[in-house]
Write a protein that binds this ligand. Sequence first.
Ligand SMILES: Cc1ncc(C[n+]2csc(CCOP(=O)(O)OP(=O)(O)O)c2C)c(N)n1
Ligand code: SF4
Length: 479
Amino acid sequence: MSNSAGSTVIQWPESLYHTFHRKPGGGQESTHYCPGCGHGVLHKLIAEAMDDLGIRERTIFLSPVGCSVFGYYYFNCGNVQVAHGRAPAVGTGVKRALPHSIVISYQGDGDLAAIGTSNILHAANRGESITVFFVNNAIYGMTGGQMAPTTLEGQRTSTTPRGRVIEETGYPLRMSELLSTLHAPVYIERVALTDAKHIMAARRAVRKALKAQVDGKGFSMVEVLSPCPIGWKMEPSKAKEWVKEHLMPAFPLGVYKDVIAEREPRVRSAPELNVEGVEELFAAEPTVERTGEPTWEGIAERYREPQIKIAGFGGQGVLFLGSLLANVALRKNFHVTWLPAYGPESRGGTANCNVVISQDPVASPMVSKPTVLMALNGPSLERFEPHLLPGGVLVYNSTLISQPPSRKDVEVVAVPATAVADELGHTRVANLVMLGAFLGHTGMFTQAEVEVTMDQTLKQAAMMELNRQAVERGFGSVG
Ligand SMILES: Cc1ncc(C[n+]2csc(CCOP(=O)(O)OP(=O)(O)O)c2C)c(N)n1
Ligand code: SF4
């Protein structure tokens, strides 16, 4: 078979996608890795082993942060994108919840030997039945070639332009040696991706490590010395030589631990769910009293199953507005999610939250394409207006937004929320005026329903009358 570039493809593992849909608008056959990079070679070795062991259907690949962050574009199996260095912790959870799964933790040296050192150490020490592929290229590739704990003495990197100084930054960390001192791991080997001979040895190690997991033997790891021509600022062929001449002497290849044959299979059973406990947990939630069946009856079709984005500046009560709306819907027994976005916003930028209300369980609390936007200030309107779906509802605070929205394909509701709140004597209830206006316009929930929910959830009884008036004025501001 040949690919679109005209190259002959002898065999393509099922465990690798045939095209990589990294960018919208079609797949590509080449990877995003730089020419001469070891990641692609290792991907192929892992995928072939997955095919041959017949484990693709039950493999969960943990894509790390680093150059291999896009693991999920390549591996045709289950995938979890994990935070930097946290793959062994996530892998622990996955494996314990799904003992039959095959968990692959794929990590760079920045990921595994710097930020994630404690994670890998404890996962190995607990003997988690996962397989780790540790790509040691002596550098942080993705972020521009900074020093890693594995950087060699004297090696120039972007953060050690005169070469790594041992007295200042310590010795290159030898993770295979370190982890092989632990009792629990069953197999640890270091290999290199330089020439055919070494790649064949790497191939064997990859298979052996995965097979150990298939047989339920415990923690296995293959450290892979891998060229990074871009980070090292070398031609690909020179980079391979550099692995042989410099990396291999500092990180000797070989099997550091192999007790696979001696160890009995140890398969943990999935933990039993203590449903009673879970129910108690939810029951303890100080939430509203739920009533009736969730129904959109009486509400125009276009306002049903809303995906809501509420945005303003920190201090405008944007998160509270979202949570109150979520509670109103919860009280009516809808499935609801409320997802706040915290950040520097609390110091004056734009703050926002996402609310999804549905008759069915909500798959994701993220609202990237809202059907409703409530914008309390100008920057929020500017930022989220383009994302609103055609036919959606845009409620905006016309006191603070002098330039009306430009969209013609959505319903626009102007509410002088801040002016109304000022009239009531408290600028801070502008959020409730907005809520009233939104509900008044859509008919989604009644004023009485908001009031009952506020009674049940708000602690400040003294503010209740003011809050009630603000909601009422909002309802009254729309026709
Ligand atoms: C918590 C966190 N800290 C730092 C970063 C920045 N960061 C992204 S990738 C990376 C290092 C990647 O190096 P490595 O793990 O060796 O993988 P490589 O890119 O070389 O394959 C760092 C520090 C981040 N994304 N998240
Ligand atoms: S920067 Fe290095 S590790 Fe990253 S893709 Fe390029 S060669 Fe590979």
